[in-house]
Design a protein around this ligand. Structure first.
Ligand code: ASP
Length: 288
């Protein structure tokens, strides 16, 4: 049995119809891999690459900006056999998820950040890509104008959330998780969030996989994805997500999480107003 679940980020869903279409497209791309006997890793890589190229999502081309107007992205990938690769605060790259996968497959490291990650990407043949959407510029301008943030009170600014994540189970029972983000609007340059950190934004083992979205600082403190996967030793994916979110709620945190257990059960939950998500199971598409 193959299953693919993805999310387009939690928070205020600014572009709901676009997200619905985008989730549908990414599901189709990943599902095609799985139905042709491809690996869970290829399925999540394709799904996330598709979302990184869709400016509706906060990752890749649609990334929100740092306080000084720069695109800096985090991405990670992990498989159930413990392999992991990530990039943090990477710039001038179209698809950070593919660079994270190269870190996993071609280096002895887990995480490359900043200039080093760009140098590595060029070595691996990734071309320079620098695009900032008008929407991202407008969002930063709005933040600066309003001057308040619920999440970064020290910045006294404002922001919206929206990482993307994907988890697949393939016909050979392999599990892969991928997460990619443009970070949080208006954060300091050099900040690395949960999407690059093992066990925080992304985790997988033989029990299942999980990917998180939302307030990265809290997700890192809770090791949210690892927490959910650990809970899946005992509970179904949905129950594991529900238990983990209690911890998020107790801290009044804004986080979303999707999970997939080894039996192919999905789990979806979030504390902000909304989250875009979708999955394909038994060939049937379900979208938020
Ligand atoms: N978790 C991401 C971060 O903190 C943001 C998001 O999910 O929207 O960088």
């Amino acid at each position: 049995m193959a299953v693919l679940i993805i999310d387009g980020g939690a928070g205020a869903l600014l572009y709901e119809a676009e997200h619905r279409h985008g989730i549908y497209d990414a599901l189709q791309v990943g599902w095609k891999v799985l139905t042709r006997g491809g690996s869970a890793l290829n399925a999540v890589s394709k799904a996330i690459t598709n979302m990184e190229d869709n400016p509706s999502f906060n990752c890749g081309t649609g990334s929100v900006l740092t306080i000084d107007g720069k695109v800096e992205m985090d991405a990670s990938v992990m498989t159930e056999d413990g392999k992991y690769g990530a990039v943090g605060a990477i710039r001038q790259i179209k698809n950070p998820i593919l660079v994270a996968r190269k870190v996993m497959e071609q280096t002895d490291h887990l995480l490359l950040v900043g200039d080093g990650s760009i140098k590595f990407a060029r070595l691996m043949g990734f071309k320079k890509y620098e695009k900032i959407t008008k929407r991202s510029k407008d969002r930063l301008a709005k933040l600066k104008k309003e001057g308040k943030s619920d999440y970064f009170p020290k910045l006294k600014k404002y922001m919206k959330l929206g990482t993307v994540g994907a988890i697949a189970l393939d016909n050979k029972k392999r599990i892969a998780v991928a997460t990619s983000t443009g970070g949080i609007n208006g954060r300091l340059s050099g900040r690395v969030g949960d999407s690059a950190i093992l066990g925080a934004g992304t985790y997988a083992d033989e029990n299942g996989g999980a990917t998180a979205t939302g307030h990265g600082e809290l997700i890192m403190k809770l090791f949210l994805s690892k927490l959910v996967v650990d809970l899946m030793k005992k509970y179904s994916a949905q129950k594991a997500v529900d238990i983990a979110l209690k911890q998020v709620r107790s801290q009044k945190g804004l986080c979303g999480i999707i999970a997939l257990d080894k039996k192919g059960n999905v789990g979806i939950g979030y504390t902000p107003k909304s989250m875009s998500w979708g999955y394909i199971k038994d060939g049937k598409v379900n979208i938020f």
